[in-house]
Design a protein around this ligand. Structure first.
Ligand code: CMC
Length: 427
């Protein structure tokens, strides 16, 4: 018999099974709690609640470990490609050469968008934020690709998954082109996933675009770093939306909307804005002081994480990648110096040490993306592009689970109890 957890509540004792995962904390299975005790658990922000079973990604926040299907993120960033990591996330194992070639070919066959979607873009205001465009366009995909929205059919699920992964770079690049008033650039399937995205973003029809291999590799690595991250807010949003049976395009649009917030995917944009605002290293102590001040809402963007209470392993790779990109593009940026010094000061500051606040993936990503040429408004778009494979893999895992149920959290109600309606004349 496995372990059990005992609970005394309302004068009675109850026992609940403890379920063990392959690694990480065990969970107490409280599914019968309400039926037996008439009580719910209370866990706003889900700090202690496992909402699903998953074999995709594992994080050990205390040790600063992130595994995709068992492989450390640092190793994947060094040796893998985004296409290979995508295959791994979707299928559970690393592909052999033939499987990788086949997967890459399949994805590249889906890169084009329905031509009518170009008209859809033109309906947005000229100065629309690319994330707003992305939410709208991805949500609209179900209107254009309704031949793959039967979620009960595994073939439909596979096609829509491939479509989402393949079309996201095209959608993101078109959002950028629209915002700068340049013509859309069609995909070129002879290029890599990331090279194609760079060309669609920075190329113009009037000239040949040469993909810089160092930039291509750096961006591909950034995509790997963002590919999946366990049950974060946007992934949980995708799962919750999907649990009702909504089509995958609608679910991913919901994930994109959630990702946009500054506490989640929007933090890379906010982090770079903050570094620019700080401007010079001599101003750093003032900002550290503000971050420590309980009466000041300011937070050091790119610092702290719900799960990591150690250095975010993705931030380590990011910091190395900044140097590579700067060397290859022969650029320097004073904000990188500000970032390095800010990191050092914060890591040695008692407030940050005591609260275990370390740099997260977003601290350096903005510095690299801006060196490559992306405006800040595109940062979260790139995060969404890369995270799509994680969302899709998590959504597939959920839908394929025969025990899957609609997500329906409970609440602690604190409003008025039942009361009689008072006619308007008596109020
Ligand atoms: N600067 C200053 N203080 C902070 C920071 C920060 N960046 N982050 C957390 N704290 C403090 C916070 O004020 C709180 O203090 P106290 O206990 O005195 O009230 C304590 O640390 C715990 O913070 P929390 O908000 O309860 O922790 P959380 O797990 O709910 O929040 C977080 C995690 C990421 C939202 C938060 O650290 C934060 O707002 N960071 C800045 C935004 C950011 O960089 N987000 C990107 C996250 S990584 C990318 C992703 O996976 O999406």
């Amino acid at each position: 018999m496995g372990d059990i957890a005992k609970l005394s509540a309302g004068g009675a004792d109850f026992e609940y099974p403890v379920i063990k995962g392959s690694v990480g904390p065990d969970v107490i299975d409280i599914r019968k709690l309400y039926g037996q005790t008439g009580m719910f658990t209370y866990d706003p922000g889900f700090t202690s609640t496992a909402a699903c079973e998953s074999a995709l990604t594992f994080i050990d926040g205390d040790e600063g470990v992130l595994l995709h299907r068992g492989y450390a993120i640092g190793e994947l960033a060094e040796h893998s490609t985004f296409m290979e990591t995508s295959y791994l996330l979707l299928n559970g194992e690393l592909p052999n050469q033939a499987q990788l070639d086949d997967f890459t070919r399949t994805i590249s066959r889906h890169t084009m968008l329905h031509e009518q979607l170009a008209t859809f873009y033109r309906g947005f205001r000229r100065d629309a934020h690319p994330m707003a465009i992305m939410c709208g366009v991805v949500g609209a995909l179900s209107a254009f690709y309704h031949d793959s929205t039967d979620i009960a059919d595994p073939v439909h699920r596979k096609i829509s998954s491939h479509r989402l992964i393949a079309k996201m770079p095209t959608i993101a690049a078109m959002a950028y082109k629209y915002s700068v008033g340049q013509p859309f650039v069609y995909p070129d399937n002879s290029l890599s996933y990331t090279g194609n995205f760079l060309r669609m973003t920075f190329g113009v029809p009037a000239e040949n675009y040469e993909v810089n291999p160092v930039v291509e590799r750096a961006l591909d690595r950034i995509f790997i770093l963002h590919a999946d991250h366990e049950q974060n807010a946007s992934t949980s949003t995708v799962r919750l939306a999907g649990s009702s049976g909504a089509n995958p395009f609608a679910c991913i649009a919901a994930g994109i909307a959630c990702l946009w917030g500054p506490a989640h995917g929007g933090a890379n944009e906010a982090a770079l804005n903050m570094l620019h605002e700080i401007g010079t290293p001599d101003r750093i102590p003032h900002y550290i002081e503000r971050a420590r001040d309980k009466n000041d809402p300011f937070r050091l963007m790119g610092f702290g994480h719900r799960v990591y209470k150690n250095y975010d392993p993705r931030a380590t790779v990011m910091q190395q990648t900044v140097r590579e990109v700067f060397t290859a593009l022969k650029v320097s940026d004073p904000v990188f110096e500000v970032a390095l010094q800010l990191e050092e000061m914060a890591l040695n500051d008692p407030y940050f040490m005591e609260k275990k606040l370390f740099p997260n993936v977003d601290f350096y990503s903005g510095v690299i993306l801006s060196a490559i040429g992306f405006p800040t408004t595109m940062f979260t778009v790139l995060f969404a592009l890369a995270r799509t494979v994680g969302w899709v893999a998590q959504w597939n895992e959920m839908i394929s689970d025969p025990g899957q149920k609609i997500g329906r959290p409970r609440q602690l109600y604190t409003g008025p109890a039942n009361r009689s309606y008072v006619p308007l004349t008596k109020r």
